[in-house]
Design a protein around this ligand. Structure first.
Ligand SMILES: NC(=O)c1ccc[n+]([C@@H]2O[C@H](COP(=O)([O-])OP(=O)(O)OC[C@H]3O[C@@H](n4cnc5c(N)ncnc54)[C@H](O)[C@@H]3O)[C@@H](O)[C@H]2O)c1
Length: 298
């Protein structure tokens, strides 16, 4: 039996701040841990802004904002931050060696019965679990960005994840107002195994001159009722992230159908990473919401 009320979130970046926000808003005591104090302060500011947005929409009261923020404490030392945790959600930078190191340290520092979850979008949960010394307690909790808005949590069973751990995480995800979907640990899980080949095919379609950026995105938006075209979505996710996930699929399955499009490889090599670098398939001006196709594809 697992009773979860104290949650430690490791990594206060894009995902970590959203995960801390959602847990705290739903009554959990949260310790947000990052190696960078600046990141922690930025995360708290982002959570405050996002709570204000919820108040403006009428889905949250001012008093709930204060209570939510009060439930979040921050910490730069992992051993201290996880010492009372019933659940750890790791959302640090997507790097295999870093995650293996963190889970080895968690084995030594987190309470014995603590569930250890990772938010990785592409690294094998089974591999991370094997570094933890307690693979039965390790599971994937793949939240989607932006976490306070997106309903899905893809729950990934590692090869050795205990059934009681999965059940506890499923039940808890529901208390966060999320919809958990349990899947098994193979490259890309389900979400990225299906999404990344779609994005890659859209890039091939552009690369081979079948159609332009706007045409490809419009076909998928209006023809398939996707809220965003695949090229715009790739820009939003980050082209470097898309490339790295495609490489995991390509390597993991050894199937040429996952080979990343050479255009994607070139764009990443040249530093055109999408929204975060200011240009990908579209160009992004600070402060502007207008969608302008990059001069290279206009
Ligand atoms: N961004 C997305 O859309 C998205 C979606 C789903 C899953 N993910 C996954 O979530 C995880 C985090 O991604 P992100 O986009 O939030 O990254 P990010 O770069 O925004 O944040 C990562 C944070 O981890 C911190 N960090 C690095 N080493 C650390 C350590 N040893 N201890 C504590 N903190 C450390 C960094 O300082 C940084 O603040 C990754 O595994 C990623 O694959 C990301």
């Amino acid at each position: 039996m697992y009773t979860i009320s104290n949650v430690a979130v490791i990594g206060a970046g894009t995902m970590g701040n959203g995960i801390a926000h959602v847990f705290a808003q739903n009554g959990f005591e949260v310790t947000l841990i990052d190696v960078s104090e600046t990141q922690l302060q930025k995360a708290l500011a982002t959570i405050g802004k996002n709570l204000d947005r919820q108040i403006a929409k009428g889905v949250l009261q001012e008093a709930d904002k204060e209570a939510t923020i009060k439930r979040i404490s921050t910490c730069t030392a992992l051993p201290l931050g996880v010492s009372n945790a019933h659940l750890v959600v790791e959302a640090a930078t997507e790097n295999v060696d870093l995650k293996l190191r963190i889970f080895k340290e968690l084995c030594e520092r987190a309470p014995e019965n603590c569930i250890l979850a990772t938010n990785t979008s592409s690294i094998s949960v089974t591999r991370i679990a094997s570094a933890s010394g307690r693979p039965g307690k390790v599971i994937g909790m793949h939240f989607m960005n932006p976490v306070p808005v997106m309903k899905l949590v893809e729950i990934i069973n590692g090869y050795a994840t205990e059934t009681e751990v999965t059940e506890a995480v499923v039940t808890m995800s529901k208390t966060l107002g999320k919809v958990p979907c349990v899947v098994n640990d193979y490259p890309g899980f389900v979400a990225n195994r299906i999404l990344m080949p779609l994005i890659n095919e859209a890039i091939y379609t552009l690369y081979e001159g079948v159609a332009g950026v706007v045409e490809i995105d419009t076909v998928m938006k209006l023809g398939m009722a996707h809220p965003m075209g695949p090229l715009q979505l790739a820009d939003f996710i980050g082209l470097d992230v898309c490339l790295s996930i495609l490489r995991v699929l390509h390597e993991g399955f050894g199937n040429p159908k996952y080979a990343p499009c050479p255009l994607l490889v070139n764009m990443v090599t040249a530093g055109y990473l999408g929204a975060k670098s200011g240009e990908g398939f579209y160009r992004y001006e600070p402060g502007s919401k207008e969608l302008t196709v990059s001069g290279r594809f206009a």
